[in-house]
Design a binder for this molecule. Structure first.
Ligand SMILES: Cc1cc2nc3c(=O)[nH]c(=O)nc-3n(C[C@H](O)[C@H](O)[C@H](O)COP(=O)(O)OP(=O)(O)OC[C@H]3O[C@@H](n4cnc5c(N)ncnc54)[C@H](O)[C@@H]3O)c2cc1C
Length: 387
């Protein structure tokens, strides 16, 4: 069913075509294979290349540079659609697209020439590395250092919980050039992962969601050239925060996509399975339970689409993004198990996505700011907004 509340009508013809290709890819490729990727704890690179051929690694890259030139609302809808079958894959692809988009928009000519085409083609995967073993929510507390030397920099430190770390070849890495300067001493470097002193750590085993390829890196005396500097000290911290509201909104959209698919799967089952002489859906207890799922899903979607519109118009999205992420994440945490419950034991089977979605809803509660950090953002604006 086409979602009557979605902002599809606001998309350009090219953006709609991108969304159609995404839907086809999701149904033909991701839906049937997601369970096997979970078992293997890996998405084959050929699948990434296939997604790249459809434009999913270059959604916001300008057309003039080989991308799709799509806007933020289209990106949000792509995220929602992909996550219906695999939020891990959705997050992985969008992280590569984010790296490509930053290179295209903010890179030097040399950085564009070196990194952009392989990212767009899915030949290289990208990642953004802020988090460290001792610093997550408190990003300014990172301790990875970048020391200036003649003609370049020496980087030392460790990164943890990085999406695509299992396979990424291009890393936007944040490090401190001056530990005493606070956030003004943070810089970002665009690096290749194949030099001496770069160690890729084993990917993490989690309760689920392994298509996200999360893991870490250790850098010991890792030397990069002068032109690896992507954001200089004084600029990097602000640039890192620039993208955070958008990220919160597409994570909210992913939560909506997972719940929409779980509801569809549960409804499909409840209209075919019989108990006590009638269809499950004809038992008021089951029907009302799924009504609650649908109602809260649509409320979260409206917050998410509203927030996407705020970003698309270039307005301040701090409150809209935090509200959308908090509500959508908590909605998914409550409503996915409810969809599973409506299916009885059948809902546990790995060929249904709901178990993977429950694990990914937990992931959504941490990435791009935990729910507590969303509370902090909303809390700081309570009096200004509601008093
Ligand atoms: C699957 C996955 C993928 C990820 N991908 C990336 C990535 O690509 N790049 C990257 O840089 N990072 C990534 N992260 C890391 C993510 O950004 C961090 O997990 C997140 O910032 C939280 O940090 P933490 O896990 O260290 O928790 P901590 O910061 O240690 O927090 C622990 C708990 O304390 C709470 N807390 C912390 N501060 C406050 C406060 N001020 N008030 C109230 N409560 C607070 C938190 O909400 C949380 O509940 C990823 C994480 C996961 C799980």
């Amino acid at each position: 069913m086409e979602d009557a509340l979605s902002p599809i009508a606001s998309l350009t013809a090219a953006e709609r075509a991108l969304l159609d290709r995404t839907r086809q890819f999701r149904r033909d490729v991701a839906a049937p294979q997601a369970a096997s990727w979970e078992r293997a704890r890996l998405v084959p690179r050929e699948i990434i290349r296939e997604a790249a051929r459809l434009g999913l690694t270059a959604i916001e890259v300008p057309e003039a540079l080989g991308g799709q030139g799509a806007g933020f609302v289209a990106k949000t809808l792509v995220a929602e659609e992909l996550a219906r079958s695999d939020m891990g894959l959705a997050f992985s692809l969008i992280n590569t697209q984010n790296a490509a988009s930053r290179v295209a928009r903010q890179g030097t000519q040399a950085q564009i020439a070196r990194h952009l085409a392989p990212l767009i083609a899915g030949e290289r995967m990208g990642c953004t590395a802020l988090t460290e073993p001792q610093a997550g929510s408190d990003f300014p507390a990172i301790t990875t250092t970048a020391r200036k030397i003649e003609g370049g920099w020496i980087i030392d430190g460790e990164k943890a919980w990085i999406t695509n770390a299992a396979s990424a070849e291009t890393v936007l890495l944040y490090a401190k050039t001056d530990a005493a300067a606070g956030t003004a001493g943070i810089a970002a470097f665009l690096i290749d992962t194949d030099g001496p002193g770069f160690e890729r750590l084993a990917p993490y085993g989690m309760m689920g969601g392994h298509a996200i390829g999360v893991g870490g890196f250790r850098l010991a005396g890792f030397r990069v050239d002068e032109d690896a500097l992507f954001y200089p000290p004084g600029e990097a911290f602000k640039r890192a925060l620039d993208g955070i509201n958008g990220a919160r909104i597409y994570v909210a959209a992913m939560c909506c996509g997972m719940v929409a698919e779980a509801l569809r799967v549960a409804l499909d089952y409840a209209t075919r399975r019989h108990a006590f002489g009638k269809r499950l859906i004809d038992h008021q207890g089951i029907r009302w339970s799924l009504v609650d799922v649908a109602a809260e899903l649509e409320a979260a979607r409206l917050l998410t689409y509203r927030a996407a519109g705020v970003i698309a118009r270039g307005e301040n999205a701090v409150l809209a993004a935090a509200l959308a992420k908090k509500v959508a994440v908590e909605m998914a945490g409550r409503r996915l198990p409810q969809c599973m419950q409506a299916m009885g034991a059948e809902g546990l089977r790995e060929e249904h996505p709901i178990g993977r979605h429950i694990a990914c809803a937990r992931i959504a509660a941490y990435v791009d700011g935990t729910t507590e950090i969303q509370n902090e953002r909303i809390g700081a604006l309570l009096e200004k907004t509601y008093l």
